[in-house]
Design a protein around this ligand. Structure first.
Ligand code: Z5A
Ligand code: MG
Length: 231
């Protein structure tokens, strides 16, 4: 993609997704990548969209659930996360077609992986994916990989264990689900097509991870003028 990392030859912005387990460093790296892209391509050429967006009414219900202030059936919270993404769809498309790159801090793979990892009998993978079909598909997905079993992750990453899903044993299952969904880096080797999928070793220090992400984003070539949809 050389350095015109905010837009394709057809002048649309890119949709870049950063995924990973809790405390993998997604929010840190989304901001660093956004800063680098804004420096390279001009202020405002890139923005970060956190998912879930906790500012909407649906987002507030999700927030309350994650903070264990409310309980909901697994199916209901799954559909609320998806509904929250549908709320964001139009603004994401508007940004991209106005030439702005959008970096997503979590998205559909989190939605499917966290629900799947619960192992609920009547929530098989097809059921989990169904409400996501039709949403914008990222051009590039960067999976920030950490091993949750490693004690140093729990000791160095601030606030690990504060929210509902942050139990190591559960994170191990989530990681396996992420790998099933995203595949091993080969095109279309995962259950979901999430564009070009690149795994980043996120156990390294913050600056090294940022450099690896920058290099991965630079070397991508995005051709289509239309943003794809999740099928
Ligand atoms: N969830 C779901 O179930 N279904 C869905 O559809 C979606 C999400 C979208 C909240 O997500 C929960 O929602 C989440 C999945 C579920 N599970 N839980 N629980 P969230 O994205 O809002 O969660 P968060 O509060 O932002 O945490 P996070 O995303 O897990 O953290 P992070 O963004 O990956 O990490 P960070 O905030 O950048 O860094 C954490 C700390 O580690 C911080 O002190 C950093 O300075 C430090 N850090 C970062 N990188 C490094 C490195 N490389 N070395 C050392 N220290 C580092
Ligand atoms: Mg985060």
């Amino acid at each position: 993609m050389t350095t015109s990392t905010t837009s394709t030859s057809k002048n649309r912005g890119l949709l870049i997704l950063l995924e990973g387990l809790d405390r993998a460093g997604k929010t840190t790296q989304c901001q660093m990548l956004c800063n680098s892209l804004n420096e390279a391509n001009g202020p405002g050429s890139c923005r970060v969209q956190k998912v879930p967006d906790r500012t909407t009414q649906i987002g507030q219900m999700i927030n309350s659930y994650l903070a264990s202030k409310t309980t909901l059936p697994d199916q209901s919270i799954h559909l609320l996360f998806s509904a929250n993404r549908w709320e964001l769809r139009q603004t994401i498309l508007d940004s991209i077609y106005s030439g702005q790159t959008v970096i997503l801090d979590r998205y559909v793979p989190s939605g499917v992986a966290y629900s799947l990892a619960k192992g609920v009998a009547d929530m098989p993978i097809d059921w989990c994916i169904a409400p996501e079909r039709g949403l914008p598909r990222p051009d590039i997905t960067l999976f920030l990989d950490i091993e949750p079993e490693h004690a140093n992750i729990q000791s160095t990453r601030e606030d690990f264990g504060q929210e509902r899903y942050e139990v190591s044993e559960f994170q191990v299952r989530v990681r396996a689900c992420f790998k099933e969904i995203l595949g091993d880096g080969e095109k279309n080797s995962g259950v979901l097509d999430m564009g070009k999928v690149i795994t980043i070793d996120a156990c390294k220090d913050i600056k090294t991870v940022a450099a690896d992400i920058w290099q991965a984003v630079q070397s991508q070539d995005v051709e289509s003028s239309e943003i794809a949809t999740i099928t």
